[in-house]
Unconditional design. Structure first.
Length: 365
């Protein structure tokens, strides 16, 4: 049976990427070796490594003011690395808590330095992004701290709709579940991090993009593996990098470029999500969206049915029909459709049709 993969992460990869990896697995470009067994100091691997970094710079339009790092430990390690590097002396980390990941980031920061909650949507069960205008943010000068946001809330299905209101140069953003699907105004961001396993490839490699000025202002007496400067000086080859994951990342980035690059990914994200939101909005309340209308995510569409029994029935039928990864996160229940770059427009349309048919069958019975 053909499967339609909406897993929240790790998530769908394009068939072409998987087939290419399969084709090259045993003998990478006539080198006689698999990428899995190559030295990370070999010229073949170095080429892969640099290709991944160059593709990221080109695709995401990252200016020379920012360094690109490929690290391990997932986005979760960044929750600790960010404050270890930047929350010392009198600096303050201002956290906007818009979901479980945002809260985790905040809690890690509190263990390490002075962190405060700037705004939260927890009282509304994280169903929206708090309304924040320019004057909602502290005026931070050099060395006074940062503002941390989670730009897409994977579990609740909410997303920052705009970045214009953010202050310049001092924002640190967890973009794990939306990187590679929207244009990023780099002048706002001191640091952006994202696990690759949602939009950019497999688990095991984390992309960190950091303002070089911030590298100069970083705490120095921290463990080397936690130190952004150590990784930057060695171009992310301080120790053995996750070579095969970086290879898959480079294949995924190449695939994005051949599809039409970021403009095409932005367009598809809009198209895929609006297909599903239209289905929800046109269902006369049969499908009930979790997110407030002004905070809807183009990456994770969260909803439930009128009763939990019906939600269960829907999920069971969906599984029988080949739709994978639809149960909502255990903290919110219901259903979640994750629409990362590897998910096709066709899968979304199939799911939308399935939803309409399921509703019709219920109403008729
Ligand atoms: C998935 C996710 C994480 C966790 O990533 P790991 O790589 O598992 O540490 C953190 N933040 C957001 C927004 C996520 O979607």
């Amino acid at each position: 049976m053909e499967l339609f993969n909406f897993n929240p992460g790790p998530s769908a990869l394009p068939k072409k990427v998987l087939l290419r990896a399969q084709e090259e697995l045993v003998n990478y470009q006539n080198s006689g070796l698999s990428v899995l067994e190559m030295s990370h100091r070999s010229s073949h691997y170095e080429e892969i490594h640099h290709k991944a970094i160059d593709s990221l710079r080109r695709l995401l339009d990252i200016p020379e003011s920012h360094e690109i790092l490929l690290l391990q430990g997932g986005a979760s390690l960044q929750f600790s690395m960010v404050p270890l590097n930047f929350l010392y002396g009198n600096r303050t980390g201002y956290y906007v808590t818009t979901g479980s990941w945002a809260k985790k980031a905040f809690n890690e920061a509190k263990k390490i330095g002075h962190a405060v909650e700037l705004a939260s949507s927890e009282s509304e069960h994280f169903s929206s992004i708090p309304a924040m205008l320019e004057d909602s943010f502290p005026e931070l000068k050099n060395g006074e701290g940062y503002v941390h946001i989670t730009s897409n809330n994977t579990i609740y299905g909410t997303q920052w709709q705009a970045f214009e209101q953010l202050p310049s140069k001092v924002v640190i953003a967890d973009m794990s579940s939306e990187i590679g699907t929207r244009k990023i105004p780099w002048d706002k961001f001191a640091l952006v991090y994202a696990g690759a396993q949602k939009n950019l490839g497999p688990a095991g490699v984390t992309v960190v993009i950091i303002d070089k000025e911030w590298l100069h202002d970083q705490k120095v007496d921290i463990p080397s593996m936690m130190d952004y400067n150590v990784h930057a000086e060695k171009n992310s080859l301080h120790n053995t990098p996750p070579t095969f994951n970086i290879y898959l990342l480079s294949l995924m980035l190449e695939w994005i470029e051949t599809q039409g690059g970021m403009p095409e990914m932005v367009k598809r994200a809009k198209h895929k999500s609006s297909t599903l939101y239209r289905t929800i909005d046109g269902s006369d309340g049969f499908y009930i969206g979790h997110s407030a209308l002004n905070s809807r995510s183009k990456m994770n569409v969260t909803f439930r049915l009128p009763t939990s029994a019906l939600s269960e029935q829907f999920l069971k039928k969906a599984t029988d029909c080949g739709f994978v990864g639809l149960p909502g996160h255990r903290s919110i229940g219901g259903c979640r459709v994750s629409l990362y770059n590897g998910v096709t427009v066709e899968s979304c349309e199939k799911l939308s049709t399935f939803m309409k048919n399921f509703k019709r069958a219920q109403k008729g019975s």
